[in-house]
Design a protein around this ligand. Structure first.
Ligand SMILES: [Zn+2]
Length: 312
């Protein structure tokens, strides 16, 4: 794959927030957005917003606009135009072709049920490579495309979580880059976009920590740069599940932006000085940018917020 043309006026830090518009922004995504925003701004960096609407089956009409207006109402303003993954399918196809040219792609027609029932020596969730040598004739219908892994060791130093290491074939297996329902896989789209947008730093939820080696592996195969990563703690609901659209987390109420920012900052281990929640969002964010220290999140596990900002 061609290196993306260097962007003019390339800052030394460019961060991004990339929500999927499968519903409105809940507290958990805003928590991550704020961490990513503050980390970028505290280093004089740019902050981009990308709408990860690569999965047509999960995209909800109108959700992207609501997400953007939630960010705006908290004063989380972004640089450059918002990028939509659904408009970039050609780029992902080029990336897939580059992997295919290296002989790293094969078709797989295993169903989920077959994979669940088959007895193998592979740990659960690791694809045992059934189709690697089948050389199935390419048919776009009902076939996934997988990327060959091998005994490659991927390691990186997460800015919050410390060292991470995975052996690709043993811990992940050949993974899907193009889904049988005809959508490009999230990891492929993400690494292509991060590289093309010149993202230097990714700050996102800890639930994605285990997928990062897959993304780094893809970057290496596509000769793309690897950004720095920081995975922030996730927020849980009262049942101990990650706050997400899937667990029906409610849209974050942004009617009182100062209180909401104060609440999120407390969870981010940066409590506002007394009385400051009544200040304008710009003033609150300026304070947070000046005081931001990502390292404060280092020993914080997943959090179960006991109250919402509006019962305070
Ligand atoms: Zn298969």
């Amino acid at each position: 794959m061609q290196h993306p043309a260097p962007l003019a006026n390339c800052p030394s830090y460019r961060g991004r927030f990339a929500p999927s518009p499968s519903g409105p922004l809940h507290l958990g995504s805003l928590f991550t957005a704020l961490a990513s925003f503050l980390d970028a701004r505290s280093q004089g960096g740019e902050w981009l917003v990308r709408i990860d609407d690569i999965d047509p089956y999960r995209t909800q009409p109108g959700a992207a606009d609501r997400i953007l207006s939630s960010l705006e109402s908290l004063g989380l303003t972004w640089d450059r135009s918002v990028v939509y993954q659904s408009q970039r399918l050609e780029r992902y196809r080029t990336g897939l072709d580059a992997l295919r040219d290296q002989g790293l792609i094969y078709a797989c027609d295993c169903s989920r049920r077959e994979l669940a029932e088959e007895r193998t020596d592979s740990p659960p969730g690791v694809y045992p490579g059934f189709c690697r040598h089948k050389q199935l004739a390419p048919q776009p219908e009902n076939q996934a495309l997988r990327l060959v892994t091998g005994d490659v060791v991927i390691q990186f130093e997460d800015r919050i979580q410390g060292p991470v290491k995975q052996v690709m074939d043993r811990e992940i297996g050949d993974f899907i880059v193009y889904r049988r329902d005809g959508a490009f896989a999230y990891h492929l789209a993400t690494v292509i976009d991060d590289a093309e947008q010149g993202v230097t730093d990714v700050v996102r939820g800890q639930d994605l920590l285990d997928s990062t080696p897959r993304q780094i592996y893809l970057q290496q195969r596509l000769k793309l740069p690897t950004p720095k990563y920081a995975h922030v703690p996730i927020l849980l609901n009262a049942e101990g599940q990650k706050l997400s659209k899937r667990t029906l987390a409610a849209e974050a109420e942004t009617r009182y932006p100062g209180r909401l920012l104060g609440y999120l900052l407390r969870l981010l281990q940066h409590p506002l000085p007394a009385g400051m929640e009544a200040a304008a969002t710009g003033e609150i964010l300026d304070w947070a940018i000046r005081h931001w220290q990502l390292a404060r999140l280092r020993h914080v596990g997943a959090m179960m917020p006991k109250t919402t900002p509006f019962s305070l």
